[in-house]
Design a protein around this ligand. Sequence first.
Ligand code: AMP
Ligand code: MG
Length: 358
Amino acid sequence: MEVSTRILKIDPANVDLELVREAAKVIKDGGTVAFPTETVYGLGASTYDPNAVRKVYEAKRRPMDNPLIVHIASLDQLYEVAAKVPPEAEVLARRFWPGPLTLLLYRSGSVPSEVTAGRDTVAVRMPAHPVALAFIRESGVPIAAPSANLAGRPSPTTAEHVIRDLYGRVDVIIDSGETLYGVESTIVDLTRDPPVLLRPGAMPLEKVEEVLGKMVDVPPFARGLGMADVALAPGMRYRHYAPYKQLTVVEGNYSDLKAYAAKVVEVVLGAARSGSRPVLLCSSETRPYYESMGIRTIELGPRSNIFVVARNLFKSLRLVDELVDVNEAFSEGFDEVGLGLAVMNRLRKASGFRVVRV
Ligand code: AMP
Ligand code: MG
């Protein structure tokens, strides 16, 4: 596969509609476009063009049984792609769209089976990014898109990450700088009662539950504890988000941070003593201590602001691979509250479930 890739730089603060139309033209002609959203970069094609959708799977080397999210720019498009829109979906859409919440609904006949991997459900969301919204609107069709990384790699939060993975494999890459959240959308299955969390993400589950007025079921796989049931969450059983180097998550009791950090030091220095050259992904609060113990670190952000930790997560996982004098990584764990649920899901999966408890 060799495609000539064009890079279009579009400033989200001052969206150049001429450039957006160039990208939209590529969609109308059956091509593929990597575009920014508020979560991560997506790789899009026309939802209604099965041939174009197949190109997305091919460019990413994504297994064909892992369905895509349909990105819309208006509520009309929701009724176009979903067969039934239950009241709960309307309530959530009105409250959280545009935003980082994806709803799983029964699909309409207009959505080709390539998009949904043959399922009778469709995942839909309206992204809150000025470039994404303009691009979908100008394309005139809902855009089917997974994250714009090679399958299995950390999701892209900058155009440089997309270029690294997909240059020469897609028609256009829109560069609008760094994304806001840095983790993907929260996916909630509304075809079940109670609703089921398929993937924690940038929209805190607590907010969804508050608006729904009921609890959402959180299966173990949604926390990154083991593989998903294929019937429920097709994409959740593949290795995901992973650096090429080995990653181990060191989990413990974060309310006694001093004691926890001392145990993390034992684990990391233990690895170093047996000849490894480790780097430790950690919080701002504990970093000075690790550095004073001679441990090399990558700072994710403060525990007191998990938003920043989430935002830095994927680029930090990519950085692990770029550090030449490092051959394995360890990461601290975080409380599974708010965005912390998404952070821990990504970390556990990125490690291939290599978790130690201290
Ligand atoms: P990505 O954002 O790259 O992870 O890709 C979209 C995610 O949405 C994948 O994890 C898919 O498994 C999930 N998804 C999309 N459509 C469906 C569906 N019909 N049923 C279950 N999960 C879905
Ligand atoms: Mg992905």
